[in-house]
Design a protein around this ligand. Structure first.
Ligand code: UD1
Ligand code: CA
Length: 524
C-alpha cells in the first residue's frame, strides 16, 4: 500500500461518546464491523492522510479503547504520530475536539495548517473521500469544508441548511451557500424536512479551529458543545464554508443504533467480497461467505458456501475451503484443502496439507507440508510434520511429531496431569497404532512402532516396538454354552450362524505371542 500524506494536515478522531441508543455495555466505537472495531476504520483513514499528528479523543472505557487503538495501529506506517487524548466528561463533539489541542500545540513544532476531523462512528468513509474533502478545502481557500449526503430518510442526522435562492440572509453571508448545520433535535419542522445531512467529516483551517471552539456555547436541546456550530460562526465572520456531497450516500452512514451497525456490516462485507472476487478468488456463493477486513486471500483459492475467514487470517493461492469452515487468525499456505465443518484458530497450515472434514485446530497447531489431519482430529500446541497423517479420531496436544509419521485412529496424547501440561515427541517415520495413549512426557523414537491399544508410559527407543496389552485368551465354545443356559436352546452345529453372524468365524488358540498385524492401524 502506498501512502501519500498531506503536509501540515492534523487529524482528530472523536471516539469518546457512549450513546444510549446502542443499548450496550460496551462503548460504541468498539463494536465490530467486519471483525474490526469501528474506531479503527477512522484511525486507518487518519494514518493514510495525516502529515501532522493524529489525535484520537477517548472517554468512555478509555483504557479499553486506548488498548484497542494501540494494538490496532501497531506496526502500521505513521503509528508513531498517533496520540490518544482523554475527554473526561462527554460534553459534546465540540468539547471533544477541544481536548485535542495539546496534541498539536507543541512549542518546538509548527502547528497544522488544516485539521481533518472524523466521527469515530462512520466506518464506511473511504480515504479517497476524505482526501477529496481536503483538496476542495485547499482549492477553494475555505475555512470550513463539510461532507454531506442526500438521504431519503435523514432522521437523526444534523441537517445542512443552505441559502435558498433569492432568500434574504443579510449582508454577512459567505460566497458559499451553506449557512449552518442544525441537529435533528434542534431543527424546526421546515429544517427537518431537509434531506441533506452532515456526515460528520470536516476540514477546518488551523488558524480558525480552536479559537472558534473556545467561543462555543451549549445552548441547544442536549446542552452540549456542538462542533457543528463552527459552521455558523465561520459564516458569521464572512469566511468561506465549502461542502462536498457524497456520490454514494451509503458511505456517510453513522452508526448510532444496532440497526445501523447491521447495515454498516452488510455494506463492508459486500465491499470485501467484491475486492477478493476482483483479486481472483472464487466464491461459490458469495453472499454466504464472511471475510473480515484484515484477511488476505491468494488467487485461485476457492471458497464454498458458509465459509468464515476471521481476524488476521491469511490464505495462500489455489487453496480449497469447503462449506462450513471457520478460520480465525491463521496462516494457511498454498494448495491446501480444508474439508467441511472444520474449525481452525491461531494455527499454521503449510502448503498442500489436507484437513477435515471436522478437523479442529486450536491455538498453536502447526500442520506441515502435505500432512493430513482427518475427521474428528483435534490439535493444540502440536506440530504434525511433513507428510505425516492423523486421519481419524485423535487428540494431539503439546506434541511434536516428525516427518512421515502415521498416527492411528483413536490416538490420544495424555498431556495433562491435572496440574501441568507435558510434551509428547514422536520421531520421523514412527508408526503409532490405533487406540494408543501416549502418557506425556514421553518420546517415541525415530522409526519406532507402537502396537495398537498400547498405553505408552515410557520412552520408546528408535526402531523398536512398544506393546502394552493384556494377553488375549479365547475360550472355545464359551459363548454358545452361555446362550443355551440363558435361552434353553440347544447349541446349533454352527453357533455363530444361529445368531446371524458370518459363517467363517475363526477361533484361535489362546496366545500372547506378538503376531504380524498387531501394529496395524486403519489406512485412510
Ligand atoms: C453527529 C453530528 C451530526 C451528524 C452525525 C453524523 C454533532 C453535534 N452532530 O451527531 O450533525 O449528522 O454526527 O453521524 O456533532 N463524541 C465524543 N465526545 C462527545 C460526544 C461525541 O467523542 O462528547 C464522539 C462519538 O464517540 C462519535 C462522534 O463523536 O464518534 C459523534 O457523536 P454522536 O453522539 O454519535 O453524534 P450524532 O448525534 O450522531
Ligand atoms: Ca453518530
Amino acid at each position: 500500500m502506498t501512502v501519500s500524506r498531506i503536509p501540515g494536515l492534523g487529524v482528530i478522531v472523536m471516539a469518546a461518546g457512549l450513546r444510549k441508543r446502542m443499548k450496550s455495555n460496551h462503548v460504541k466505537v468498539l463494536h465490530h464491523v467486519a471483525g474490526q472495531p469501528m474506531v479503527l476504520y477512522a484511525v486507518d483513514v487518519a494514518l493514510q492522510l495525516a502529515g501532522h499528528r493524529i489525535a484520537v479523543v477517548v472517554g468512555h472505557q478509555s483504557d479499553k479503547v486506548r488498548q484497542v487503538i494501540e494494538s490496532g495501529i501497531a506496526g502500521k506506517p505513521g503509528s508513531h504520530s498517533v496520540c490518544i487524548v482523554e475527554q473526561i466528561e462527554q460534553l459534546g463533539t465540540g468539547h471533544a475536539v477541544m481536548q485535542s489541542r495539546p496534541a498539536f500545540y507543541h512549542v518546538d513544532e509548527a502547528r497544522p495548517t488544516n485539521y481533518l476531523i472524523l466521527n469515530g462512528d462512520t466506518p464506511l468513509l473511504r480515504e479517497e473521500t476524505a482526501r477529496e474533502l481536503v483538496r476542495v478545502h485547499q482549492a477553494q481557500s475555505a475555512t470550513v469544508t463539510i461532507l454531506t449526503a442526500m438521504l431519503d430518510d435523514p432522521g437523526g442526522y444534523g441537517r445542512v441548511i443552505r441559502r435558498q435562492p433569492g432568500g434574504d440572509h443579510g449582508h454577512d453571508i459567505t460566497p458559499s451557500d451553506v449557512l449552518k448545520i442544525i441537529e435533528d433535535r434542534d431543527a424546526t419542522p421546515v429544517e427537518r424536512a431537509t434531506k441533506e445531512i452532515n456526515v460528520g467529516t470536516y476540514v477546518v483551517s488551523g488558524e480558525f479551529l480552536f479559537d472558534a471552539l473556545d467561543k462555543l456555547e451549549p445552548h441547544n436541546a442536549q446542552n452540549e458543545y456542538y462542533l457543528t456550530d463552527i459552521v455558523r460562526m465561520a459564516v458569521a465572520q464572512g469566511r468561506r464554508v465549502s461542502a462536498v456531497t457524497l456520490q454514494d450516500p451509503e458511505e456517510g452512514l453513522g452508526v448510532n443504533t444496532r440497526q445501523q451497525l447491521a447495515a454498516a456490516e452488510q455494506v463492508v462485507r459486500q465491499q470485501i467480497r467484491e475486492r477478493w472476487l476482483e483479486a481472483g478468488v472464487t466464491m461459490r456463493d458469495p453472499g454466504s461467505v464472511w471475510v473480515d477486513a484484515a484477511v488476505t486471500i491468494g488467487r485461485d483459492t476457492v471458497l464454498y458456501p458458509n465459509v468464515s475467514l476471521e481476524g488476521k487470517t491469511t490464505v495462500g493461492e489455489g487453496t480449497i475451503i469447503r462449506s462450513g469452515v471457520r478460520i480465525t487468525d491463521c496462516v494457511i499456505g498454498n494448495h491446501v484443502e480444508i474439508l467441511d465443518s472444520s474449525v481452525l484458530r491461531e494455527s499454521q497450515v503449510d502448503d498442500e496439507a489436507h484437513l477435515g472434514p471436522f478437523a479442529h485446530l486450536r491455538p498453536g497447531a502447526i500442520v506441515r507440508r502435505k500432512a493430513k489431519v482427518g475427521n474428528f482430529v483435534e490439535m493444540k500446541k502440536a506440530e504434525l510434520g511433513e507428510g505425516s497423517k492423523a486421519n481419524h479420531l485423535t487428540y494431539l496436544g503439546d506434541a511434536r511429531i516428525g516427518k512421515g509419521v502415521n498416527i492411528g485412529a483413536g490416538t490420544i496424547t495424555v498431556n495433562y496431569d491435572g496440574v501441568n501440561k507435558h510434551q509428547t515427541v514422536i520421531g520421523d517415520h514412527a508408526s503409532v497404532g490405533s487406540d494408543t495413549q501416549l502418557v506425556a512426557p514421553v518420546t517415541v523414537g525415530r522409526g519406532a512402532y507402537v502396537a495398537a491399544g498400547t498405553t505408552v508410559t515410557q520412552d520408546v527407543p528408535a526402531d523398536s516396538l512398544a506393546i502394552a496389552r493384556v494377553p488375549q485368551i479365547n475360550r472355545v465354545g464359551w459363548a454358545g454354552k452361555r446362550r443355551m443356559l440363558l435361552t434353553g436352546n440347544t447349541p446349533s452345529k454352527n453357533p455363530a450362524r444361529a445368531v446371524g453372524e458370518q459363517p467363517k468365524l475363526k477361533t484361535n488358540p489362546a496366545s500372547s505371542k506378538v503376531k504380524k498385524g498387531h501394529t496395524k492401524s486403519p489406512k485412510g
